[in-house]
Design a protein around this ligand. Structure first.
Ligand code: G6P
Length: 610
């Protein structure tokens, strides 16, 4: 949520900043702006709209500077407009600040600063930071001291960069709650909210922790706490390649990521299956195995698509590992005074590892003494770093705002965790081997589904103008109904609801008429016959049925208007396959409706505000 970049070095920073913003645009795309130190003064360009609009407005020959910052915004305070775009300046125009997060006490700070004569130009919370730094600069005479003193007055979250004409060789970077990564080159340093903006320049990075402030100069970086205590930062190497964050011939990141799933599922499994023992090996979970064996209950908590993965994880873990499991929205969990203590374990599931509510749930769980475990995609992310133990899903960078490959990788890892714990709780070796064999078949089965994607595209053409959609499934595929509906509404703006198929009779059935497409997720599992009855109920009311099935039997042929066949697998693994056609359906419908699937309106990839 909001992308930020900074550069101090020897080359002209304008292209570096614009390219970095382009890569970060999935974090927010309401407006974009840069500030560059050009001949002793700040050259600031910003406007509502996409990074491409900013690029078009900049006359590339005329701005030149070796120190600069850039921002792409996801609006929280103040509408998307030129005026509210970052960077924000102090009264004198000599200090520029970009910020990701929310300054919670901005209103009282703004009132005080205004009463002292500061003139505000925007409606944002961020602008108070520029004026606070201005105020403190007068007292301390150094940008880093001024930023530290300003932050001492602030409550809320921030990942920020400040620069000033009075300390021209320096960027000051600070973090509380919003990620910051620093990349080291030769005689140049890069700052960003996400490594994807840096990887084309350097692989050597360090991550700022909460409460740290870094002074970034061409020759190096000095990091201190807010209280001025020096810290030594470890430099790590980024392991992903540039190709992984480019479209590679696909029209959209989302389509590329859907098609990557045969590989990403394989990557989630790689090196983790012990075929002969019928067991899984998850080194990252080792430190927590004793705790998990003893745990009274396991609470899975997450947001969005990751929350849907958690629901499926609950079904898997209860059925096979017999661990009492519960699923909570992270945003609810942290505020409802949960009964939780050292006998419980809490598992945070997050693609980005940075979602503010999930991170806050982690802190709440830890405060109450529970063991905290993570299932994350982004290596080195806040949640991955702060948990006691965990498993990476290894899906590679996910750029499309609507999560696809991260979801199937999360499910694959949850199945591995289930296998590992179930075998420790009495699952027989032969049952374990059956599960291992089924997991091993998944990548090939996913490949078959994406290869048959054209059939889904033709169904999409028939339904692209629908105003509503209903998604129904049972058991393991009830959360798939939720996720299928979420995909469609996120990117096509069609209203869609997911329901447990039998619950339809308690409300949604009233909506069914000849205009209502109903997607049934009906693999040949233990609930198949029941779902067939639900399909009958929809057909009796003239609903139009699209069914995801394992085979086209007589009944389904006579009932469904369209069928999409996916290969059969064990019940607990069906969601990993049944969701793929639903991702494709949402994608194709959104394209037919002319929507921007990679950057759907109002959404952001990583929600780092509450
Ligand atoms: C945002 C994204 C979703 C994602 C959710 C949780 O809403 O648009 O795709 O599922 O955040 O994100 P996380 O990174 O914690 O999985």
């Amino acid at each position: 949520m909001c992308g930020i970049v900074g550069y101090v070095g020897t080359r002209n920073c304008v292209p570096v900043l614009l390219d970095g913003l382009q890569r970060l645009e999935y974090r927010g795309y309401d407006s974009a702006g840069i500030a560059v130190l050009d001949g002793g003064s700040l050259s600031v360009h910003k406007r509502a709209g996409k990074v491409a609009d900013l690029r078009a407005m900049i006359d590339h020959g005329t701005i030149h500077g070796t120190v600069g910052i850039g921002h792409t915004r996801w609006a929280t305070h103040g509408i998307p407009s030129d005026m509210n775009a970052h960077p924000h300046l102090d009264c004198s125009g000599s200090i520029a600040v970009i910020h990701n997060g929310v300054i919670e006490n901005y209103a009282s700070l703004k009132t005080r600063l205004q009463s002292q004569g500061h003139v505000f130009r925007s409606d944002t919370d961020t602008e108070v930071l520029a004026h606070l730094v201005e105020e403190q600069y007068g007292r301390s005479g150094r940008l880093d001291h001024a930023v530290r003193s300003a932050l001492a007055q602030v409550t809320g979250t921030y990942g920020l960069i400040a620069m000033s004409t009075r300390d021209p060789e320096m960027l000051v970077v600070a973090r509380r709650g919003s990620p910051i990564v620093i990349g080291y080159g030769a005689e140049e340093v890069f700052v960003a909210s996400d490594p994807s903006a840096l990887v084309q320049h350097t692989r050597s990075v360090s991550y700022l922790e909460d409460g740290e402030v870094a002074v970034v100069r061409r020759g190096g970086v000095e990091t201190k706490t807010l209280d001025d205590v020096q810290i030594r930062k470890e430099v790590q190497q980024l392991t992903f390649d540039l190709e992984e964050i480019e479209k590679g011939g696909y029209a959209h990141f989302m389509l590329k990521e859907i098609h990557e799933q045969p590989e990403t599922i394989a990557n989630a499994l790689r090196g983790r299956l012990l075929a002969e023992e019928g067991q899984a090996k998850l080194g990252g979970l080792d430190p927590a195995l004793g705790t998990l064996d003893r745990a009274r209950r396991l609470i899975l908590t997450a947001c969005g698509t990751s929350w849907h993965a958690a629901l499926i994880g609950e079904y898997m873990l209860e059925q096979y590992a017999r661990i009492p499991a519960e699923v909570e929205y992270a945003s609810e969990f942290r505020y409802r005074n949960p009964v939780l203590d050292g006998n419980d374990a809490v598992m945070l599931i997050s693609q980005s590892g940075e979602t503010a509510d999930t991170l806050a749930a982690l802190h709440e769980a830890r405060r109450r003494g529970a063991a905290v475990l993570g299932v994350c995609n982004v290596v080195g992310s806040s949640i991955a770093r702060e948990t006691d133990a965990g498993v990476y899903v290894h899906a590679g960078p996910e750029i499309g705002v609507a999560s696809t490959k991260a979801f199937t990788s999360q499910l694959t890892v949850l199945a591995l965790i289930t296998l590992l714990l179930a075998r420790r709780k009495g699952m027989s070796p032969s049952e374990g081997r059956t599960l291992v064999a089924a997991l091993q078949r998944l990548p090939e089965q996913a490949r078959e589904i994406v290869a048959a994607g054209e059939a889904v595209a033709s169904i999409a053409r028939e339904f692209a103008h629908a105003r509503n959609f209903l998604y129904l499934g049972r058991g393991y595929n009830f959360p798939v109904a939720l996720e299928g509906a979420l995909k469609l509404k996120e990117i096509s703006y069609i209203h869609a609801e997911g329901y447990p198929a039998a619950e339809m009779k308690h409300g949604p059935i009233a909506l069914i008429d000849e205009n209502m497409p109903v997607v049934f997720i009906a693999p040949h599992d233990g609930t198949y016959d029941k779902v067939l009855s639900n399909i009958q109920e929809v057909k009796a009311r003239k609903g139009r049925v699209i069914a995801i099935v394992n085979e086209v039997d007589e009944q389904i042929r006579s009932l469904a208007d369209h069928v999409i066949v996916v290969p059969p697998t064990l019940d607990l693994l069906t969601p990993i396959l049944t969701i793929i056609p639903l991702q494709l359906l949402a994608y194709h419908i959104a394209i037919l409706r002319g929507c921007n699937v990679d950057q759907p309106r109002n959404l952001a990839k990583s929600v780092t505000v509450e």
